[in-house]
Unconditional design. Structure first.
Length: 647
């Protein structure tokens, strides 16, 4: 007991900040691979596992060991009510995910409809409205594999391949990750291709209306306007309709082939590769065609282990994990000469991209030299991985000319990618055509466009403000500040496109503004920090539900996670001269929760498509707590925190 000014308080025995930092460094040192990477799983839901089963069975590749392992993982994720979920608090479950699981399990041949687990799944599906109510992407897979009928038309015709970039809507006005999936879809839809095998299951009993041709597209007035725009553009293409159609198909196929990664996958994603295989089959390629065999072989490289189960990742996260961890370790005090940092730096330099990717269409005056997300990527860089890698190699670039040259190329690419509206996109500049958001494909605004976002804008600002000589009054920063002002929510937060969600966007925005020394007393920053303080949990931590992204408003998780807490506390540290009780309580939560192993640390912190694709980065439990603790110690010192905080 300690008496202070007549009051009796209890001293709390918790770790010091340095203890937490040392603990994390030791873990990371043990987990680094010989090549310098950290291969922590990039875990998605069971969707990717179902895709792999469906693909192997469709191609009659009898890899029974792989299929059995994937079946085990899928079954391990089933809820008591028969459903499958994307995340812990997804209420009853996901209809689309459950249909995909049901389909794959039957197709595997190791589970039949009489199994009680399948009966429960079927009951859930019918209670939720049946196959008719599933997501567009689920319906698409069901259609390709012969479970659903093609609609009379597909909203984006194959002739889109021929429309010139000067037209209001054209092939390159679609985002690159949209193109990666839309091209094979357009081929398959044009052919109205349906592929069944002798072992294809029968899912007809999952329809509630008994009408299979319920693949409806909106016929809104907005869509009619877009459709007229596309038709008008098509009429300007000179040639006979049949010849133009054949040319369009040829262009689409060539686009896929030109965008194969060395491992055989299309753009390095399982979704686009899965669709490409069926597109090739629709064009007459045989199952043993080298293009198809190489694609499947590439997907085998996406394997990882999660809690003893084999999982097929959406892609690999080698560059992202390694750049963020190397940077965080350096903020925690490791030097460029530390063997761990040296190995990471050498790996990252080996993954710099020198090919011209699709980004050159909208950014024609810039040289390549950026980085992508995956070890697989060789021509599709993105702004977030580029800024992350540049942070990680900055210290090394100060002493090595070759690294300095690589660093300069990356910086020039990143700066050049700023959108005309002042924000930063993910993959391509100025690909936010508002008309495309009206295309009657579910979630078209996520699939077809690549707009500026608060997370990407904030992260670009943070790097450029802290690690380059760009003046803080530079027009680039002025434009990005104005973008953030325009897109701040009424409650003071920002929406983060690639993470969950408002805590993520607010963290990125505040750290970006702090890096360019924006006035901490400004209304914009005060609103943001007040919001962060208002949503802190009783235990000192933070947690946001993935429901936020679909409902487009902040939804509390009801519990705290390491990642959300680290984002929130790091944001507050960046704009606070002294650590207030909110920061101290958050740091305490981090230090006492570093070894948490419950559902909270399995909760997804990333999103790919609202309501349909979520990611659990296994690296985040190390990256962001380490970064927040390092920033705390760097700014406030050790003694400011110590163990004087009472609950």
């Amino acid at each position: 007991m300690i008496t202070l000014l007549g009051k009796v308080t209890k001293r709390v025995n918790i770790m010091k900040v340095s203890n937490g930092i040392d603990h994390l460094i030791a873990t990371l040192r043990a987990d680094q691979t010989a090549s310098g990477t950290w291969e922590y799983p990039f875990e998605s839901s069971i969707s990717t596992d179902t895709y792999m089963i469906i693909l192997l069975r469709s191609l009659e590749i009898d890899d029974e060991e792989m299929i059995k392992q994937l079946v085990k993982r899928i079954l391990s994720k089933q809820e008591e009510n028969g459903a499958w979920k994307h995340y812990y608090d997804e209420r009853n479950g996901s209809l689309s995910l459950t249909v995909e699981a049901y389909h794959a399990l039957l197709y595997s041949g190791y589970i039949d409809k009489k199994d009680d687990r399948m009966k429960r799944a079927k009951r859930f599906i019918l209670q939720q409205g049946g196959i008719e109510e599933t997501h567009f992407l689920t319906k698409l897979i069901l259609t390709i594999t012969g479970q659903y009928e093609w609609p009379k038309f597909f909203p984006l015709p194959i002739e889109l391949m021929l429309i010139q970039p000067v037209m209001p809507i054209n092939f390159y006005s679609i985002s690159v990750y949209g193109r990666a999936n839309i091209v094979p879809i357009m081929i398959i839809a044009d052919k109205k291709f349906r592929f069944r095998t002798a072992s294809s299951p029968d899912l007809s009993d999952l329809f509630t209306s008994r009408v299979e041709a319920n693949f409806s597209w909106s016929r809104s007035s907005e869509w009619r306007t877009i459709h007229k725009t596309i038709k008008a553009s098509m009429k300007k293409i000179i040639g006979l309709p049949q010849e133009l159609h054949q040319l369009s198909m040829s262009r689409a196929k060539q686009y896929m082939i030109n965008h194969l990664e060395p491992d055989g996958t299309l753009f390095g994603y399982i979704s686009s590769t899965f669709l490409m295989v069926f597109a090739l089959l629709s064009l007459g390629h045989k199952k043993d065609d080298p293009l198809i065999e190489n694609a499947v072989k590439g997907l085998y490289g996406f394997q990882t282990k999660v809690k003893g189960h084999t999982h097929i990742q959406f892609t690999t996260a080698s560059v992202w994990n390694t750049s963020l961890l190397s940077y965080s370790l350096q903020k925690a005090g490791l030097t460029p000469n530390d063997p761990m940092i040296k190995k990471a730096t050498n790996y990252l330099l080996s993954r710099q991209q020198y090919k011209f990717g699709d980004w050159i269409i909208h950014n024609p005056k810039t040289k390549p030299g950026a980085w992508g997300f995956s070890d697989i990527n060789t021509f599709q860089p993105d702004t977030d991985d580029t800024s992350a890698t540049l942070r990680a190699i900055t210290n090394s670039a100060k002493s090595r000319d070759d690294i300095k040259e690589a660093w300069n190329l990356g910086v020039n690419w990143l700066v050049s990618m700023q959108n005309d509206d002042g924000g930063w996109p993910a993959f391509e500049k100025n690909t936010n055509n508002k008309l495309l958001a009206l295309v009657p494909i579910q979630d078209s605004e996520f699939i077809l466009t690549d707009p500026s976002s608060a997370d990407l804008t904030g992260r670009a600002m943070e790097f450029l403000g802290n690690y380059t000589h760009m003046p803080h009054q530079h027009p680039h920063f002025h434009r990005s500040i104005e973008w953030l002002k325009t897109h701040q929510e009424k409650n003071g937060s920002w929406y983060g496109r690639w993470g969950i969600c408002y805590i993520y966007g607010t963290w990125a925005a505040l750290t970006g503004l702090s890096a360019i020394e924006y006035d901490n007393k400004s209304k914009m920053i005060k609103k943001a920090t007040s919001w962060l303080r208002s949503i802190q949990n009783a235990d000192g931590g933070y947690g946001e539900s993935a429901l936020s992204d679909k409902q487009k408003k902040y939804i509390p998780l009801g519990d705290s996670t390491l990642t959300h807490t680290a984002w929130a506390i790091d944001a507050l540290i960046s704009v606070s001269q002294k650590p207030d009780e909110t920061i101290k309580r958050g740091v305490k939560y981090l230090l006492t929760s570093l070894d948490n192993k419950d559902w909270r640390e399995d909760y997804p912190a990333g999103q790919g498509l609202a309501g349909a694709i979520y990611f659990h980065y296994h690296s985040y439990r190390y990256i962001f707590p380490l970064l927040a603790l390092a920033h705390y110690r760097e700014k406030y010192g050790e003694n400011e925190y110590d163990s004087r905080i009472t609950p």
